[in-house]
Ligand binder design. Structure first.
Ligand SMILES: Nc1ncnc2c1ncn2[C@@H]1O[C@H](COP(=O)(O)OP(=O)(O)O)[C@@H](O)[C@H]1O
Ligand SMILES: [Mg+2]
Length: 396
């Protein structure tokens, strides 16, 4: 149980807590609600031990492990535009570390403007944007392609973006974006539009920081490169905000959706496929702005009705992705089992029979690894079932 005992906390002149008491019991799920600035984040930080109350105490039993998912970016009632009426107004969004947020909506809705604001390229005209203290933000937009130095080789372009990177790593990131060893010595100036986009993305991912802002990253990319980019993002542990019209790509990468339309927006904490099916099944309504019904444009029609060809590509993509995850899960379970076997040897070794500290620690580690292996085995079964269903519904 976590006990908050009569705490007081001021932030500057503002009193956030005055004689606040509370208890959080085992298995309780407690929501912290309240307006901006009322002290929710401060309370979380005090419970984590990152800040202390001015008086009173918060008692956290030593046996508890506290995991804290920090807010990476907070957009608070922000408006932005280009001097005239704002492109969007009063937008509030909280992005947690590791979130991959897809920003979708019709052309002109303000997606790129929002991303530019997050990148600090334009300032909000009202409200504010706060970025986590350790955030290293990287922005990819159309203009990045024009910033490539035409006289630099591909190799030097990556080396300049990530000076600490070893030569073999530079080659491998170029390879990941489908440039061969010989290509590395070409200059950026001779590349086609699609190759420039690949090079520019490779140079960002060579040193991605921890917050990636990507504006239409799959424009000019062929399907294989889109796949490579999606793979790279899947292993990226940082936060990403992605503007894209590419449903395949977003389905592979996004874990959160922000839909914006003129005069309105909506946040959905799930995948794009879930978002679409929630709307299709009537759990939530199609997002409508104050300026009339939504989705009347060409784009709405395109996203709703997938052609048979697109459906086939989607199926093929899902199958590939499932197969890859199944393989990866198998490898992980195998690696864990090897580790567990090695740990068992330590326990069985007569030489260690009286080293109780070692035995205790080893058994504890073994238990953790076993639990993880069990979880992955379940996951493997679930993925395998999903693949079987996909294959039976879509015979090759
Ligand atoms: N540099 C700019 N100067 C003035 N207006 C702009 C500029 N960039 C975009 N706009 C306008 O802002 C609105 C939103 O554009 P944008 O953010 O590019 O939308 P989206 O990315 O959703 O297509 C559009 O009406 C567009 O014409
Ligand atoms: Mg745009």
């Amino acid at each position: 149980m976590i006990v908050i005992n009569s705490i007081e906390k001021k932030f500057g002149p503002k009193v956030l807590f005055d004689g606040c008491c509370a208890a959080i019991n085992p298995r309780h799920r407690t929501a912290l609600v309240g307006p901006n600035g009322s002290g929710k984040t401060m309370l979380a930080r005090m419970i984590c031990g990152q800040a202390s109350p001015d008086s009173g105490a918060i008692a956290v039993p030593a046996s508890l492990h506290i995991a804290h998912l920090a807010q990476e970016m907070a957009i608070e009632a922000a408006s932005a535009g280009y001097g005239g009426p704002p492109v969007f107004a009063g937008l509030t969004l909280s992005v947690n570390r590791g979130d991959k947020v897809a920003i979708i909506g019709p052309n002109g809705a303000g997606k790129s403007t929002l991303l530019r604001m997050c990148a600090g390229l334009i300032a909000p005209s009202a409200g504010r944007i706060r970025t986590g203290g350790n955030a290293i933000v990287r922005y990819y937009g159309q203009h990045r392609l024009e910033q490539l130095d035409p006289d630099k080789t591909l190799y030097d372009t990556i080396a300049a973006a990530a000076p600490a990177m070893a030569s073999s790593a530079i080659q491998s990131i170029l390879g990941l974006f489908l440039f061969s060893g010989e290509d590395a010595l070409k200059t950026a100036g001779v590349l086609s539009g699609g190759e420039k986009a690949r090079l520019s993305l490779a140079s960002i991912l060579a040193d991605p920081g921890n917050v990636l802002l990507l504006d239409e990253p799959t424009n000019h990319l062929d399907i294989e490169s889109v796949e490579r980019l999606a793979d790279a993002l899947a292993t990226f542990e940082g936060t990403a905000l992605i503007v894209s019209h590419d449903e395949f790509f977003l389905n592979r990468t996004a874990t959160r959706i922000l839909e914006i339309r003129p005069g309105t927006y909506r946040y959905f904490p799930g995948s794009l496929a879930d978002y679409r099916s929630y709307i299709e099944e009537g759990y939530i309504e199609t997002l409508q702005g104050p300026n009339g019904p939504a989705g009347g444009g060409r784009e709405g029609a395109v996203t709703r009705e997938k052609t048979a060809k697109e459906q086939r590509v989607l199926t093929r993509e899902s199958r590939k992705q499932l197969e890859r995850r199944i393989r990866k899960t198998e490898e992980e379970v195998q690696a864990l089992e090897e580790e567990i076997a090695a740990l068992k040897k330590t326990v069985d070794d007569p030489a260690n029979a009286h080293d109780f500290q070692l035995l205790h620690e080893t058994l504890e580690t073994t238990g953790g690894k076993q639990a993880e292996a069990d979880r992955l085995t379940d996951e493997w079964g679930r993925l395998q079932e999903e693949l079987d269903t996909l294959n039976s519904e879509n015979p090759a």
